[in-house]
Design a protein around this ligand. Structure first.
Ligand SMILES: [Fe+2]
Length: 373
């Protein structure tokens, strides 16, 4: 651990320092994508915003009915990126349909050509975590099962004494190319009650910071680190997924003792052009903010976490029914599960892999874009 000195840069290796320099290098603004425009093709379907900041629900639309309509799926991607998370009820989309949907959401909204669907390092078919509804093994589908998770995280389920706020995260920020769209279908909701998921807006978290400090945050980078997969695999006798995880740059470094990458602290969402605070809350727990002292790193991480966790007016909570689907934009929201139930809960998640996170100095905050300062 580095001493709390003003001279200490917590970017702790020459390679990492070089990476920080590369990441923060000025790039001509013309090289950044332009925000996409919503065409209005989904207006015909009944919908409502769940809060003023985050969340929209289409209570009657069947996603299977629009899956082949690229204009509507593109508009859906834009809607998800603007609203953070979108909800659909009683869906008949199969797991293979979830894959088609996730891939189209990424591609039709300008995602990288070379990217595919995410393959989780540990939640792969060899551990029976990736399996479709017909029992077929598929590393691009993650089974999220309460029965499995109760085995791993005994202290986090039921009558827990662990702080639930420790679960806030953004998916897979330890990757060079993290995911853009997450598609999540609950096929078995708890028969008792509970098991809600909560999302929080990283656009709005950025807008809660003062203009003075926004400028500082704009210039910072953070090192995201996941030190657990190698040890979990070793201790549990698991095998990590082989080959790229949804993008050629997302590969296992066998010599590394952690999955580690440097991202901008403020990230521009290419679909909306809006800035979001890209900490992933607890996704940065084992990482650090670069170029600051160790004490400043602690203070900043606590402050950024507080923005998400203690502002319930930038959150939206979803109660799941059987076959409900949520789609969210991992670039601009964080989420947390609620482990307050005793029944069974089974879900499938498919995620598409997005661009390398970047900061466009000409991008604006959500409030600026909507003129609601
Ligand atoms: Fe997650």
């Amino acid at each position: 651990m580095a001493p709390p000195s003003a001279e200490v840069d917590t970017a702790n290796s020459p390679e990492l320092r070089q990476h920080v320099k590369d990441t923060t290098k000025k790039t001509p603004s013309s090289s950044f994508p332009k925000p996409l425009k919503y065409s209005g093709s989904l207006d015909e379907y009944e919908h409502c915003d769940v809060t003023s900041v985050i969340g929209r629900e289409f209570p009657k639309l069947q996603l299977s009915k629009i899956l082949e309509d690229d204009a509507k799926i593109r508009d859906l991607a834009i809607t998800v990126s603007q609203r953070g998370v979108v909800f659909f009820r009683k869906q008949d989309l199969t797991n293979q349909g979830l894959k088609v949907l996730a891939q189209k959401l990424g591609k039709l909204s300008g995602g990288p050509k070379e990217a595919g669907l995410y393959r989780h390092p540990l939640s792969n078919y060899k551990q029976n975590f990736a399996i479709d509804e017909d029992g077929a093994q598929d590393d691009e589908i993650s089974l999220i099962s309460s029965e499995q998770r109760r085995g791993w995280y005994k202290d986090k389920y039921g009558h827990t004494k662990v702080l639930a706020s420790g679960g806030w995260h953004s998916d897979f920020t330890f990757e060079h190319n993290p995911t853009d769209y997450g598609v999540f279908k609950v096929v078995e909701a708890p028969e008792d009650v509970g098991g809600d998921t909560i999302w929080a807006s990283a656009y709005e978290a950025y807008d809660r910071i003062s203009p003075f400090f926004q400028k500082t945050a704009d210039a910072l980078t953070a090192t995201h680190r996941n030190p657990n997969f190698h040890s979990q695999a070793r201790n549990g006798g698991f095998e990590l997924v082989q080959g790229p995880r949804g993008h050629p740059d997302n590969v296992v470094d066998k010599d590394a003792d952690a999955y580690e990458v440097v991202h901008p602290l403020v990230r521009t969402n290419p679909v909306t052009g809006w800035k979001s605070l890209f900490t992933g809350v607890n996704s940065l727990r084992d990482g650090n903010i670069n170029g600051v002292t160790e004490r400043e790193n602690e203070i900043l991480k606590d402050y950024f976490k507080q923005l998400f966790v203690e502002n319930h007016d930038l959150q939206v909570r979803n109660r799941w029914g059987k076959n409900d689907i949520a789609i969210w934009d991992d670039r601009s929201v964080v989420h947390v599960a609620t482990n307050d139930y005793f029944g069974k809960r089974t879900a499938y998640r498919v995620s598409s892999v997005g661009e390398k996170p970047y900061f466009d100095p000409n991008s604006v905050s959500r409030r600026e874009a909507l003129n609601s300062l």
